[in-house]
Ligand binder design. Sequence first.
Ligand code: GLA
Length: 643
Amino acid sequence: MPDVIAYGGDWNPEQWPEETWEQDVALMREAGVNRVSVGIFSWSLLEPVEGVFDFGWFDRVMDLLAGNGIGANLATPTASPPPWFATAHPEALPVDADGRRLHHGSRQGFCPSSPIYREKALRIAEQVALRYRDHPALVMWHVHNEYGCHNARCHCDTSAAAFRTWLRARYGTLDALNDAWGTAFWSQRYSDWAQILPPRATPSFTNPGQQLDFRRFSSDALVELYTAERDLLRRLTPGVPATTNLMAGAHWDMDCRAFAAEVDVISTDHYLIGARPEPHIDLAFAADYARSLGGGRPWLLMEHSTGAVNWQQPRNLAKTPGELRRNSLSHLARGADGIMFFQWRQSRAGAEKWHSAMLPHAGTDTKIWREVVALGAELAGLAGVAGSTVRADVALLVDHSSVWAQDHPAQPTSELDPVEEAKRWHAALWRAGVTCDVAHPEDDLTGYRLVVVPQLYLVSDAGAANVEDFARRGGVVVVGPYSGIVDEHDRVRLGGYPGAWRDLLGVTVEEFFPLAGPIRLASGTTAGVWSEQARATTAKVLDTYEGGEPAWTRNQYGDGTAHYLTTRLDDAALAEVLATACREARVEPPARSVPGVEVVRRSHADGRSFLFAINHTDADAPVTTATGETVTVPAGDAVVIPG
Ligand code: GLA
């Protein structure tokens, strides 16, 4: 990795008269911008009429960047096909589950399985690559933009045919598919592949196996679109890294891990959600996930915002003074080697004109501009951080397949949300100053001391065995309720829940009892939402329900231990359980501070390190490092302590 932190954002000069472009690059230099993403939404200008290309204006954009020493994440503009595409190929527009064909007029208006879309997308990508493959501004390929953000699933006939092809490859025979989907139930047995549809609107629940496989197929279709473009770019520009900006932790329709396996550099976008009381912890989850997707290597924050977003929320909140800097440093602390924004210059027109930017509507005499310039200078001073990594002793397990399976509406309760639960457990660790990786149950877990499983309703045989193996070799595991329940086809693991991990946990569960309200456990702590009627087989019971059944257990397993929670503890009690597990696993934060202060260490292989201490509170806070030195981090401020 280069010893510089990439800094910049999406530059969309096509939205502006050419006279502004010189001013743009001059201001970019003033702000310390060294990287921009260009061309993301330029298809209708680069190919104004089907098959007719106009690169003259874009040549000037690229030349301006090169002339000013600013690198380009050059996009293939395939995320937004022009109106001519929809008019000429209406069959390529996406169709929702109700059979409604969507119209053009926003973006991502295409069916991911459409051959004609793929053909036209590859043609414009090829034109861009041929034109700029030797251009000095080209640093990285920014393929497409947020695959599946709006068109993650298409239910049209073309998708139906592609789904059948995918199913044939997965199952080989109809008997295997019927068995996996449990089609004997409700007389759904298929006798011909042609009978199988995407899960379109039905009178009652669709088949859970069908809906799960359709989610997998839909994600795979998007990954395939990415790899088709990536392969073309690799052929034309070997050596130029390619990425696509994920939405790790925020958008769960696409399997980030499958994309991560195909990109040269992990890049992701993150935006604060107005309704979240502590959005900086959600940010940390996304950043930890991005880092983990790349196996710990540095990643690129492709987009975040300088202020408000422009979405359908009751209130799109502006950032308070200093928040932009704290957010940026949090991403940096958690392994980003680049801090970029949507977008460079705030739009005057179009659907996101109220979305903040580096250069706001009001110009340069503004809080945002001053913060943008200051951040550019600060990141330049932190260039030594680039290439360093974050070591996490804890892995928190998530799996898209499990999230998708649990998304089927026929569940014992609709109040257990696996993503929110994963984020709540992550938040408990964040508050303890413990940085965790967000890993997959089948990932290599050998380097961790503690593995936490907030809610993994579905786990494959391989994933279940991997977690068991981790404990057997001496690791500490904490499993939350409604985990290890079904196999990879969403079929219940029989003989007592959680079928995947009865031995590991030393517990067997007979029946679920969702709760109407909060309850008190014997220890006095509060739980809610969910309870299970469990019996400890080999586990020790650490806390119980009023009737004496186990609520929290601990089992010796091989050289390790496995805790199990049969209920959803409140935040304070969950923090206690995780603190106990951290002590057992000898997991320590890199520094001690007070609630609301984020502490993370990045280190180089040669031992140089940087301790980030970010104070999200409105009071000055002491931070005590591992060597016993105490520094005061002023309210809302952050310090980076080299070591
Ligand atoms: C996404 C997109 C951007 C922009 C931002 C802000 O991340 O990639 O083009 O729409 O959201 O809303």
